[in-house]
Ligand binder design. Structure first.
Ligand code: CMP
Length: 140
């Protein structure tokens, strides 16, 4: 299996409810390692730039407003097949469809306040990691 890195965001609904530790425990239990982590309060322009791929979607405005509604924790996760593995433990985007035991099934409030984000491809992982972290801040 290929060792990969993926970008994770613990969203404002998770920081608001003080459950970032519970989510981190699920990440670490899965075998993924948190090799970089910081807490930020995004500006509107940062949220818009991060989610630029969704700029044409009907939910883009609300998504960006939600992402700036409170602090987030951005992380780099590393491990075998990290991109698919993290998507697996996050569960479906809409918590109503998320499998038992996944982060979103346990913690998400709605499709918007869905607690976590994870990169969806190697290319996007590289772009998203570079958006938030310099190489010096990532310690394997
Ligand atoms: P995320 O993985 O962060 O990527 C884009 C986000 O848009 C997604 O998770 C959802 O939280 C959010 N979103 C809000 N509304 C919708 C929707 N109708 N369909 C898909 N994603 C949505």
């Amino acid at each position: 299996m290929e060792k990969q890195r993926t970008l994770s965001i613990l969203k404002p609904d998770a920081t608001r409810r003080n459950i970032t530790g519970k989510i981190n425990a699920k990440i670490e239990t899965s075998g993924l390692r948190i090799i970089a982590q910081k807490r930020l309060h995004l500006s509107l322009s940062q949220a818009q730039a991060f989610y630029a791929v969704h700029a044409e979607r009907s939910f883009f405005g609300e998504l960006c407003q939600f992402m700036i509604s409170g602090p987030v924790v951005v992380q780099v996760l590393e491990g075998d097949d990290a991109i698919a593995k993290y998507r697996d433990i996050m569960g479906a985007t809409n918590p109503a469809n998320a499998k038992e035991g996944t982060i979103r099934q346990e913690f998400a409030e709605s499709i918007e306040a869905n607690s976590v984000h994870g990169s969806d491809s190697l290319e996007n992982a590289a772009r998203e990691i570079a958006f938030f972290f310099s190489e010096m801040e990532i310690v394997s």
